[in-house]
Design a protein around this ligand. Structure first.
Ligand SMILES: Cc1cc2nc3c(=O)[nH]c(=O)nc-3n(C[C@H](O)[C@H](O)[C@H](O)COP(=O)(O)OP(=O)(O)OC[C@H]3O[C@@H](n4cnc5c(N)ncnc54)[C@H](O)[C@@H]3O)c2cc1C
Ligand SMILES: NC(=O)c1ccc[n+]([C@@H]2O[C@H](COP(=O)([O-])OP(=O)(O)OC[C@H]3O[C@@H](n4cnc5c(N)ncnc54)[C@H](O)[C@@H]3O)[C@@H](O)[C@H]2O)c1
Length: 462
């Protein structure tokens, strides 16, 4: 008997259980739908096991070391002897259960869903084939439809010699049980910057090779420059505009050729972007292009008849909060409930380096490219009262982007201690289109980092 004769009919199939897929499957099951939820690896996706949570645990530990090292200036002598063991232990035991999703599976089952570990692919409208780990295949027909949340995987750049070497991606880096004596980081995006700072603060000699002319190129140039200065002060070597021509792996070490220079490291972390997990998903069977970089979705996350798509592959920001936001909207649509549709004018993001680099809405360049009449205002964080009090570690800035015709902020950047927290006042302003004149009448508590926003508002248009 062919395995594909195991035909089942349910209300909803959720393929890929990243943060959005897991939340949606849970909500749909709790609402009484019969739900089959499928993930080929771990329920919860990249964020809890190889992304946000373990990387933020590393950054928390690295930040503690940095603060201890600042004691010399602020509070007397502290001897700092970094140890990676508590970091690796916290990640293994507290964050990931040793990369075991039993608890997450049980939580989803308790909500009422049927959970499969297996690889799923679309097989026409409202049809899914699931290849289970035991090799058998189940065919599902989903009366309401199918939700797809497949996420991304690390992309490897086509650098000669790289393939086949034991380089790290975020997955290996976040499972590291020791700190390499030296590390080359290929890529100066959020992953490269966060992990470069972590390993450097734990004693690794780190070189970041960034292809772009600056770190974090999606952020304001002033933010990139501020972060680059801090990393340099901490001993991280940052090479921007780096053209890597070859990677060699020999005698337990890497050599990366950048022009005529040989950059060496015990480990090589490749953090040069992501590849969407859209291949092999059967998108062609529902009339969609499987080779596209992202799946186009409407404001209710519909991609085709009986198909919703959420998360990184929609191209609206590869962040957990976007996946969760979309998931709530798609769930309402699945349940045929009304509610606000998706809008992306105030998507916040935070790179959790120290200083944190946080942004919302448009950068100045994006606003200009959109044809807006732009006014900007900015202020250095270290010249705010709180920055002055804070002393070492206060480097940063606030930058505002105003649509001068409408008198509202369309974008903002905060770089500084707790920059991601400070950003949220500005995220409210961008989201709710609070008039700049009204923001100027606010009282900002003294001496908070947020109060630097008042100075940036005063600078608008000057
Ligand atoms: C190192 C790192 C740090 C990060 N830090 C942050 C941060 O601080 N804040 C933040 O907001 N974001 C962060 N991100 C991004 C964040 O992890 C993702 O945006 C988030 O996981 C949402 O992704 P997603 O919902 O698209 O799916 P994912 O989390 O990628 O999950 C997709 C799931 O689908 C499964 N799957 C794929 N194809 C199939 C298939 N055919 N059949 C069955 N299952 C399938 C996969 O196994 C996976 O479990 C970080 C990412 C990385 C790598
Ligand atoms: N704190 C956060 O929210 C957070 C943290 C980590 C990751 N993420 C998400 O994960 C996504 C992936 O992160 P990422 O840093 O891998 O990707 P990214 O695409 O943002 O950055 C990759 C960088 O690598 C550079 N690059 C590309 N090819 C290169 C090469 N051959 N040599 C050297 N540099 C090269 C690019 O110039 C780019 O700036 C991010 O876009 C972000 O959405 C978020």
């Amino acid at each position: 008997m062919s395995n594909e004769q195991h035909e089942h009919e349910v209300d909803l199939v959720v393929v890929g259980l990243g943060p959005g897929g897991e939340a949606l499957a849970t909500g749909a099951a709790q609402a009484g739908l019969s739900v089959v939820a499928v993930d080929k690896h771990l329920v919860g996706g990249e964020c809890p096991y190889y992304g946000c949570i373990p990387s933020k645990m590393m950054l928390r530990a690295a930040g503690t070391l940095a603060e201890a090292r600042r004691a010399g200036t602020l509070a007397g002598d502290v001897d700092v002897t970094p140890s990676w063991a508590p970091v690796a232990r916290r990640i293994r035991e507290e964050a990931t259960d040793d990369w075991d999703d039993t608890v997450a599976v049980r939580r989803l089952e308790d909500a009422g869903a049927t959970v499969h570990h297996g690889t799923a692919r679309l097989d026409g409208v409202r049809r899914v084939l699931v290849e289970l780990r035991d090799g058998s295949t189940r065919a599902y027909t989903a009366r309401r439809g199918v939700v797809v949340n497949p996420g991304t995987r690390p992309a490897a750049p086509p650098v000669p010699g790289l393939e086949g070497t034991p380089y790290w991606t975020n997955r290996e880096a976040l499972q590291a049980t020791e700190v390499p004596a030296s590390l080359v980081v290929l890529g100066g995006g959020p992953i490269g910057c966060e992990l470069a700072q972590v390993f450097a603060r734990f004693g690794s000699r780190v070189t970041v090779l960034q292809h772009n002319e600056r770190l974090l190129p999606h952020d304001e140039p002033e933010a990139s420059a501020a972060l680059e200065r801090v990393l340099a002060e901490e001993g991280v070597r940052v090479v921007t505009g780096a053209e890597t021509s070859e990677v060699r792996w020999a005698d337990g070490g890497f050599t990366v050729m950048v022009g005529e220079e040989r950059v060496t490291g015990d480990r090589l972390l490749v953090a040069t972007g992501r590849t969407p997990n859209l291949d092999g998903l059967g998108l062609d069977t529902v009339g969609l292009d499987p080779s596209a970089r992202s799946v186009e979705v409407d404001e209710r996350l519909r991609a085709a008849e009986g198909l919703w798509v959420v998360g990184d592959v929609t191209g609206h920001g590869a962040y957990t909060h976007v996946s969760m936001y979309q998931s709530a909207i798609a769930l309402r649509d699945v349940l045929e409930q009304d509610g606000p549709s998706a809008a992306y004018s105030a998507v916040p993001h935070v790179t959790f380096t120290d200083p944190e680099v946080a942004g919302v809405g448009m950068t100045e360049q994006q606003a200009r490219d959109a044809g807006l009449r732009v006014r900007t205002g900015s202020t250095p964080m270290e010249s705010s009262s709180r920055g002055f009090v804070h002393g070492p570690g206060a480097a940063g800035l606030v930058k505002l982007v105003e649509d001068a015709d409408r008198g509202v902020l369309v974008g903002a950047t905060v770089v500084g201690p707790a920059g991601g927290e400070v950003l949220h006042a500005l995220a409210v302003a961008v989201h709710a289109e609070v008039p700049v004149d009204r923001l100027r009448t606010m009282i900002w508590a003294y001496p908070t980092f947020s109060r630097a926003i008042e100075s940036a508002l005063a600078d608008l248009g000057n």
